[in-house]
Design a protein around this ligand. Structure first.
Ligand code: SF4
Ligand code: MG
Length: 336
């Protein structure tokens, strides 16, 4: 298959500093040695509880946050593979035409003092791709593509609803004709009915423009719906990765099983046993020894407390970081 993005051993460690002299006392491993890839035209879903490092990973790919180490190989619009982590400022600005981001909160990510014309047009101006009447024409076109009335281009964000604002954010992300978009909780702040509209829009745009998505969400229902493949993160690490159907029907990591058991079932008559995990999400500044999940894992054994499991392929395309991935008989999500 045709990869557009290949991430190798990406790390982002934030230093922890204490006291008057800001002494370095340790580090938070927000993204800890993560490797994965995204195929062209595919949606890779990234799921995990808040604070697990999903957003840091997403931003690290575009260097909106500077990674500590690792490689981000990306196929640009000329078909060349470049390592985003090694680009200088000018090259980085150029590659941002091909890689864009859509944020969670359409209220705070749009500048309230800028008209829609300027918000959507900004990436085009910055990259010297359009100005004047040409800019206006392109912004109108983008507004229509995302289902907004193009006569409203001189309006300010407050004049639009939450769903419409997210459409503005999407139009802005599309302005430079990107090939890859990181959607970070792009529908999480919206009402369920609006969520569905925006998800449909993202799916339509993907087909129309052969887009590839990294879709970050804590919402398993949304992830299941939109993703071709899914990665599950826990405390900065990828603990499971598989095709969506495989991950939801036959999870192999106890954390994934627990997440799936908490996914709401549309039919209330279906009885579901929810796995209640003991304890809190591990503190990334002071993670447990061995498998980070061991203090909460219902299947924990002695080795889990001392040895950190590595991500291994248990069947084709299905990777799991658990010492007992092959032995455990875990429950998938209930078929509807
Ligand atoms: Fe649970 Fe051990 Fe597997 Fe970690 S390695 S998920 S503690 S069984
Ligand atoms: Mg986040």
């Amino acid at each position: 298959e045709n990869k557009i993005l290949e991430v190798e051993s990406l790390k982002k460690y934030f230093p922890i500093k204490k006291g008057f002299f800001r002494r370095h006392v340790g580090e938070v491993k927000a993204v800890d040695d993560i490797s994965f890839y995204v195929n062209q035209g595919e949606t890779f879903g990234l799921v995990g509880e808040s604070g697990c490092g999903k957003s840091t990973l997403g931003k690290g790919l575009l260097r909106a946050i500077e990674p500590s180490s690792g490689e981000v190989k990306f196929k640009n619009r000329h078909g060349q593979i470049v390592d985003v982590t090694t680009l200088d400022y000018k090259e980085l600005r150029d590659i941002r035409r091909d890689m864009q981001m859509i944020f969670q909160d359409p209220y705070s990510s749009l500048n309230p003092r800028m008209t829609v014309l300027n918000i959507i047009g900004e990436p085009l101006i910055c990259n010297g791709m359009a100005k004047g009447e040409g800019l206006k024409t392109r912004v109108k076109e983008l507004m229509e593509i995302v289902g907004l009335n193009s006569r409203h281009l001189e309006r300010y964000p407050h004049a639009f609803s939450g769903g419409q604002r997210q459409r503005i954010g999407i139009a802005r992300a599309l302005a430079t004709n990107p090939k890859f978009i990181v959607c970070d909780e792009a529908v999480s702040a919206l009402d369920v009915s609006i969520q569905a509209q925006i998800i449909n829009l993202l799916e339509d745009l993907q087909k129309e423009f052969q887009l590839s998505y990294l879709f970050i969400s804590h919402d398993l229902g949304v992830i299941e719906h939109i993703s071709d493949r899914v990665g599950v993160m826990y405390v900065g690490k990828m603990v499971e990765m598989a095709k969506t159907e495989t991950l939801f029907s036959t999870p192999k990591h106890p954390y994934t099983e627990a997440l799936l058991s908490a996914k709401p079932v549309p039919n209330p008559r279906i009885k579901k046993e929810r796995i209640i995990l003991k304890g809190e999400v591990a503190n990334p500044a002071n993670p447990p020894t061995g498998c980070y999940f061991h203090p909460r894992c219902p299947y924990v054994k002695e080795i889990c407390q001392v040895e950190s499991p590595v991500l291994q392929e248990v069947s084709e395309g299905h990777h799991v970081a658990c010492h007992f991935a092959k032995d455990l008989d875990l429950k998938g999500s209930v078929a509807i």
